[in-house]
Design a protein around this ligand. Sequence first.
Ligand code: NDP
Length: 450
Amino acid sequence: MISTKNGTIEKFIQLAKKRNPHQPEFIQAITEVAHSIIPYIEEHPEYEKTNILERIIEAERIIIFRVPWTNDNGQCMVNRGYRIQMNNAIGPYKGGLRFHPTVNLSILKFLAFEQVFKNSLTTLPMGGAKGGSDFDPKGKSDNEVMRFCQSFMNELYRHIGPNTDVPAGDIGVGGREIGYLFGQYKRLSNKFTGVLTGKGFAYGGSLIRPEATGYGLLFFVEEMLKTIGEKIKGKKVVISGSGNVAQYAIEKTIQMGGIPLTASDSDGFIYDIDGIDKDKLAFIMELKGVHRGRISEYAKKYNVPYYKGEKPWKIPCDIALPCAVQNELEEKDAKLLVKNKCKLVAEGANMPTTIEAIKYLQSKNILYAPGKASNAGGVATSGLEMSQNSIRLSWSRNEVEDKLQHIMQNIHNQCVHHGEKVDGTIDYMKGANIAGFVRVADAMLAEGHV
Ligand code: NDP
């Protein structure tokens, strides 16, 4: 534990635990941030005097609501809906909706908290939020998903708006769900506005938004590699997940000349020693996006090994990109990666690496990027979607992709600025936390005790 001038980081974490009992993921996210920010705050008394960090970990508003819906057998089902409006110091609340049976207050608060820093890093005017439900879209018909989304929006619509709170997708919420949510919002409010991002192109979406998180991740990785004079070309890349982020991380890896070796879902992973190429990726996209099938079907189709119930970190690689879910890369996985000579880990998912695993990677001088920096391309392009909606224009693919690349380079520069160590190596976690914090904290200072 780092000793600080006025006590210890542990004291702050104990206080957070007391105020947020039984919320391990939220405390994990706070702990990661506290280690970088508290020493910084102690060098900047203006933040200390005004209790900025204590205020930042307290959500501005939490909305919890009942979501009743009718299944195809005519039975009334009920789920729980949430929206965590964490911080709007620098812009309207912004952050995705997650539909997954594991969703609870702790997970959404950790995601909303991380989102505050991530959105700040993009330098776009977006506050932080997150929401969702314990509803599981898996195995549900399109009509069931539609009825659920409509009921969810029946409550959510009164809390959001293009200048108030602009939700987007996350796990379990893709183009289909955003379409149903948008349709219901429009019906209830009688307004066609940019109230959600990740919309289809036909009704106000941005080109490159579906690709943005995965593409942005690879742009960030390229910047990290530049610091050691290397490139993605020719590198073996192990990727987890097979959803939105993983698919486009695979696509950009291929475009940049890297070799994606794996894809996974919650049942297991496939290992394609020849590399996942464009045609095989098209199969994954159709399998997951249209048939909503399992990744094991890839193994059958292409006759490659499938590891049931396992994660891909034991496959030797140069680069590891966790793109599925929180805490999917543990210390034992980090040890395997290091043993197999992996030199870079960058997070596509939110908080996929445990604190112990991060410590281990950093102790071995592995380049490590936290999701709040390396996966910020998704929300950045959501910000660009909001801009296009406001000016009622659509930018071309190239225009959006160029802006995305520029934003990712800028985030990398901010990490270097605040995270460069005396030996010239970069602590991306520290850099991202401080850079994200400063903008929000300065806005909060200027806005008074709000
Ligand atoms: P999707 O729903 O499209 O895909 C999620 C993927 O993760 C699926 O392959 C899913 O498998 C897998 N998964 C879910 N739970 C588990 C589990 N317990 N163990 C292993 N695999 C699991 O979501 P996204 O791709 O959009 O999101 C992935 C991650 O990226 C999340 O952490 C999200 O918060 C983060 N993120 C997403 C952004 C975006 O723009 N979409 C932006 C920034 C971050 P299965 O099919 O079995 O459920």
